[in-house]
Design a binder for this molecule. Structure first.
Ligand code: ADP
Length: 594
């Protein structure tokens, strides 16, 4: 009794939950086969002994030993595969000895056994061993058929055999084993299938939930960062205003700290938003034609003041000279990649160093061009063991970087993903205290040169300075309005206010304005729509009015739409008063026809 309990316990541990249904079935078929066959062969052996058929008894006792060993390995050692081999070998030995040494013939039971071996070896031991054991057990049958032409392949079931009780028992038990084995295997097959289906359904719904959660997180971040950016723009804008109002030395220092912190915070907000959008796979590349040479020169110009502060020699090295190169692609994302890399190059290069942005043509066909971009600096470099981790979000080469240079550690993670979206990768060669080169290759379609839209003459009085300009401010945020008023008041500008796009449109229709400073995110009617409707007004003197968009720095859409359709120019918040002055002076020049 104890033995049965122990065996049941062992059997339960063999069928642990960790295993898949298929393994359970294999172990069940093996256990069932071993026990039943062992019982059957033992009965036949005893029967043979009773009938003094010692040859059969000896032959079958080999199989009894092999099957007993199989059961030992199965229950005592949990080695079910080894037990499976012993089971197969013992069955094969019955076939071999029966055909070659004992009855020298094939009968129904031999064929049944042969079928059991073929099916059981595949079910228990898998495809490869299934083939091996099938061949081992079929071989003596084929040999026998080849060498004994006398039987003409007929299966012998003699009346003598039919009267033999062992033969009858074996026949019935073998049928039982065949049926049970297939039943068990197909049960596990369907169980696995339905389990897989169940898992698939669960997986699908988990995926949906995860995608929804990511989208919600990204939407939340997007609206939150917009709310955070607005006051931050005002802070930075006011710092700019205060900086030009002749502050005392100590105030100047305080303003510098304030600016550093506010700009860092803004960069963190923008980067986090961008990164989360990228993770939510919400970023797709837009394609429009642009002039690469102009873009690169603009990037260079935007970093020049910072580089000059540190006495860094910053230059552009284009192997197509300064000739215009018109390509089709995502201008904003390319600018974002280069801005990040150049910003790092300038940041991590000490006074008197060099930064070079180079672009070379790797391949050019009739309609495509492959360009190699590289940003090289003579800065602090990156230690070899940190050259991988710096591409991970929020990781920097060492802990002192934030203290000394600021930054969020998100820039390169964003750049890497953006370059990935272009089906390319970012490469780095760097040596500590010598400098770094970040490079990547992107293939673009070539585009036809962009025809610049010459402004049509507008009947307006001669305007010589920005104080003569009639400016319409379209802005809903009171802090931004206050800031703009403060800046424009410095230059004695004439301006009017509208609190949304609709009001701006109405005022443009009735008033006489030279330029609109158009915020993009506004209630009632946004800046895009207002600009579009202004451009469609029938009076050309009104529809050609200059529109300068005011955008948040991560407003990629606006920079895309600034494909010169509705907007003449844009300013990224927070902008310096100097930049606004330059833009307005540009308007003055255009209006005065210079
Ligand atoms: P951040 O510049 O905001 O710290 P990045 O992801 O752009 O974040 O860069 C990660 C880190 O990689 C930086 O903190 C710096 O340690 C290192 N790094 C990036 N570019 C350079 C460079 N041109 N020279 C030296 N170190 C660099």
């Amino acid at each position: 009794m104890n033995i049965i309990i122990r065996l049941r316990e062992k059997y339960a541990t063999l069928l642990s939950d960790k295993q898949i249904p298929l393994i359970h079935s294999r172990i069940r078929i093996l256990t069932f086969g071993l026990l039943l066959m062992l019982a059957l062969i033992t009965v036949i052996t005893i029967n043979s002994l009773v009938k003094s058929d010692f040859k059969t008894a000896l032959r079958l006792s080999i199989s009894i030993a092999a099957m007993s060993a199989g059961l030992y390995f199965l229950f005592e050692k949990s080695r079910w595969r080894l037990a499976g081999h012993l089971f197969m070998l013992s069955l094969c030995s019955i076939i071999w000895t029966n055909i070659l040494f004992y009855s020298f013939g094939i009968n129904l039971v031999t064929l049944q056994l042969s079928l059991i071996i073929i099916s059981a070896s595949f079910y228990i031991l898998g495809k490869n061993w299934g083939i091996v054991y099938s061949l081992i057990n079929v071989l003596p049958i084929i040999l026998h058929l080849l060498f004994t032409h006398s039987q003409n392949g007929k299966i012998t079931v003699t009346p003598l055999q039919l009267n033999n009780s062992s033969f009858m028992l074996a026949l019935v038990v073998n049928f039982g084993i065949l049926i049970a084995m297939h039943h068990e295997f197909f049960k596990s097959f369907f169980k696995s299938n339905s389990k897989e289906r169940e898992l698939n359904i669960k997986l699908q719904s988990a995926l949906k939930e995860a995608q929804e959660a990511t989208r919600l997180r990204s939407d939340f971040l997007s609206s939150m960062s917009h709310e955070l950016r607005t006051p931050l723009h005002a802070v930075i804008g006011l710092i700019n205003v205060l900086s030009v109002e002749n502050p005392r030395k100590d105030q100047e220092e305080n303003l510098a700290v304030l600016r550093f912190s506010a700009e860092n915070l803004l960069a963190l907000i923008n980067d986090t938003l961008d990164f989360s959008k990228m993770n939510a796979e919400q970023i797709v590349l837009n394609k429009s034609p642009f002039n690469l040479t102009v873009l690169l020169n603009n990037i260079l110009a935007s970093f020049r003041p910072k580089a000059e502060q540190k006495n860094i020699d910053i230059r552009l090295n284009l192997d197509f000279g300064n000739l215009p190169l018109h390509i089709t692609g995502d201008q904003t994302r390319l600018a974002q990649i280069l801005n990040n890399l150049v910003s790092n190059a300038v940041k991590f290069t000490d006074n008197g160093g060099r930064v070079e942005i180079s672009v070379s043509i790797k391949n050019r066909s009739q309609d495509h061009i492959s360009l190699l971009f590289a940003v090289k600096d003579s800065g602090i470099g990156i230690p070899r063991n940190k050259q991988e981790i710096i591409f991970e979000p929020f990781l920097q080469a060492n802990n002192n970087i934030t203290k000394r240079y600021g930054g969020t550690g998100l820039g390169l993670a964003i750049v890497k993903r953006l370059i990935g979206l272009h089906q390319s990768e970012l490469n780095l060669v760097s040596e500590e205290n010598t400098g770094s080169v970040f490079s990547f290759e992107i293939s673009y379609e070539l585009a036809a040169p962009i025809v610049s839209q010459e402004p049509e003459p507008v009947n307006s009085p001669v305007i010589s300075t920005i104080s003569n300009l009639n400016i319409l401010i379209a802005e809903d945020n009171i802090i931004n309005i206050m800031l703009l008023k403060k800046i424009l008041d410095q230059w004695n500008c004439n301006y009017s206010l509208s609190k949304d796009g609709k009001e701006a449109l109405d005022m443009v229709k009735t008033g006489v304005f030279d330029v609109v400073l158009m915020d993009i995110h506004m209630p009632v009617m946004d800046g895009f729509e207002a600009s579009r409707q202004i451009r469609e007004l029938p009076d050309v003197n009104i529809s050609k009015i200059k529109i300068i968009a005011l955008t948040a720095s991560s407003d990629v859409d606006i920079q895309q739409s600034f494909s010169y359709t509705y907007l003449d120019d844009y300013l990224t918040k927070p902008f310096s008063s100097q930049l606004l002055k330059e833009k307005l002076e540009g308007v003055v020049q255009q209006l005065s026809g210079k």
